[in-house]
Design a protein around this ligand. Structure first.
Ligand SMILES: Nc1ncnc2c1ncn2[C@@H]1O[C@H](COP(=O)(O)OP(=O)(O)OP(=O)(O)O)[C@@H](O)[C@H]1O
Ligand SMILES: O=C(O)C1=C[C@@H](O)[C@@H](O)[C@H](O)C1
Ligand SMILES: [Mg+2]
Length: 200
């Protein structure tokens, strides 16, 4: 296994030069690891890290569950779009987005214009295991989170598949996933065909 730091040291200058002012934008379902992996990729590449959910909570001074409860999902989505469009102006950076963000057409177009999208793809058992640790996901405050996630997978995976890069997040350490993602980004920027897979 190649450590994230070693790999980054070898390849990051070239990768960053090719990336230019674009952001690397993580998309995927709740629990896929957008925040955790995004943070590691940012550290390895020496780029700023920002998470749109955290930014929304900061600008609204409310938690996401409270925003959903008080203003509803539609208002949350509108705020999410505004926040992400603004954040995309300030690349290069690593931007981890909320699970629903890429479903918004305007957001998706802006990500296409200002960023490189990386879909962290996970199976339902992995997602369930990871989201069980926290109660901060209003869509999963439901008697049957498995059914909710499976429904969202059906609706969202065809759209997530439009991402520039698809990275399966298997039962591997976060450092390993982060290394594979950096390699896949490097290959993509070096001219590999669209829809690059992060698997070897
Ligand atoms: N490859 C991995 N191996 C083990 N644990 C992981 C891995 N990726 C993420 N996790 C853990 O799973 C949990 C969920 O990850 P994270 O919060 O990054 O997901 P997310 O995609 O940002 O979700 P959300 O859309 O709800 O913000 C965290 O506790 C994180 O540390
Ligand atoms: O998948 C979703 O729709 C969401 C994911 C989270 O990141 C938050 O953005 C919010 O809980 C909604
Ligand atoms: Mg997150």
């Amino acid at each position: 296994m190649i450590a994230t730091q070693t790999l980054a040291a070898d390849n990051s200058a070239d990768l960053l030069a090719r990336l230019g002012s674009r952001s690397i934008v993580f998309i995927g379902l709740m629990g896929a690891g957008k925040t955790a992996i995004g943070r590691k990729v940012a550290t390895a590449l020496g780029l700023p890290f920002i998470d749109s959910d955290h930014e929304i909570e900061s600008v609204s001074r409310m938690t996401i569950p409270d925003l959903f409860e008080r203003y509803g999902e539609t208002e949350f989505r509108a705020l999410e779009q505004r926040v992400i469009l603004r954040l995309l102006e300030q690349g290069p950076q690593i931007l981890s987005t909320g699970g629903g963000a890429f479903m918004n057409e305007q957001t998706r177009e802006a990500i296409g214009e200002h960023g490189l999208s990386v879909w962290l793809k996970a199976d339902v058992d992995t997602l369930l295991e990871r989201v069980a640790k926290k109660q901060n996901r209003p869509l999963l405050r439901n008697a049957d989170p498995r059914a909710v996630l499976e429904k969202l997978m059906g609706e969202r995976y065809p759209v997530y598949a439009l991402a520039d890069i698809t990275a399966p997040t298997r039962a591997e350490r976060k450092e390993v996933i982060a290394s594979e993602v950096i390699e896949a980004i490097g290959r993509h920027l070096a001219g590999a065909s669209p829809g690059t897979e992060a698997t070897k």
